[in-house]
Design a protein around this ligand. Structure first.
Ligand SMILES: Nc1ncnc2c1ncn2[C@@H]1O[C@H](COP(=O)(O)OP(=O)(O)OP(=O)(O)O)[C@@H](O)[C@H]1O
Ligand SMILES: [Mg+2]
Length: 209
């Protein structure tokens, strides 16, 4: 479903990522592992269409090269990180409602939307009251859960998790990994943590230097 070939990423003419290739089947999970600064986040964000760096090479999605189609990549890839992509001036309920409406064939009624928001939050173990909160009122781990709920609502074929447990204690780490395991999508896990690779069941590991 995803094939990255000869990916090269540059910033100000400086090569940050050189000649990276990877392949991911539908539902498959791969870990990207490597030291700080080696370009893991840069790679993930290029695949998600959310980088401002210069990207060369091919990013095949269902047999089509989408390397220069950030709009397509953004639509199909959910990128989950702690300093996250939630809208700071919209409450969580409204953000979930937007995704629900965008992904429904018939526009649901306000009551149905309310129910779907409650359901989406409960799937990531958050109470319904989170719908009224703003992102700055949520912890890093809570924001990850909300992004996970959004990825589930969008039915994203590919989810990229960037250091998803880096700042969590052991209990929260196990909880969030359990939630990520519910994702049906193909998964790229960016991590420093071998425990997460094992726990999420990544069948492949790409080591970057
Ligand atoms: N916006 C940016 N502008 C300029 N340089 C950047 C930018 N983002 C990243 N870099 C540089 O690109 C290189 C790769 O950074 P990247 O964030 O991809 O590393 P990483 O492997 O994710 O590291 P970490 O494990 O610390 O998160 C680093 O040398 C970094 O300083
Ligand atoms: Mg990083």
């Amino acid at each position: 479903m995803l094939k990255v070939e000869n990916l090269q990423i540059l910033r100000n003419q400086k090569t940050i990522v050189k000649d990276l290739s990877l392949e991911l089947a539908k539902g498959e999970k791969i870990a990207i592992y490597g030291p700080s600064g080696c370009g893991k986040t840069t790679t993930g964000q290029a695949i998600a269409g959310i980088t401002d760096a210069q990207v060369k090479g091919q990013i095949w999605f269902y047999e089509e090269n989408r390397a220069n189609d950030a709009w397509f990549l953004r639509k199909h890839v959910s990128y989950i990180f702690q300093e996250n992509a939630l809208n700071p001036i919209m409450n969580i309920g409204k953000q979930l409602a937007e995704v629900i409406i965008a992904n429904s064939n018939n526009i649901p009624s306000p009551k149905e939307i309310q129910e779907l928001i409650g359901q989406a939050l409960s799937e990531v173990d958050l109470p319904e009251s989170f719908a009224r909160k703003y992102p700055n009122e949520c912890s890093g781990g809570e924001k990850q859960r909300i992004l996970t709920a959004i990825a589930r609502l969008k039915n994203s074929p590919l989810v990229i998790l960037d250091e998803p447990t880096a700042s969590l204690d052991q209990i929260r780490r196990i909880e969030i990994l359990k939630i990520f395991k519910k994702l049906q999508s193909s998964l790229i896990l960016i991590t420093h943590n071998p425990y997460d690779i094992k726990e999420l069941g990544c069948g492949k590991i790409l080591i970057m230097k």
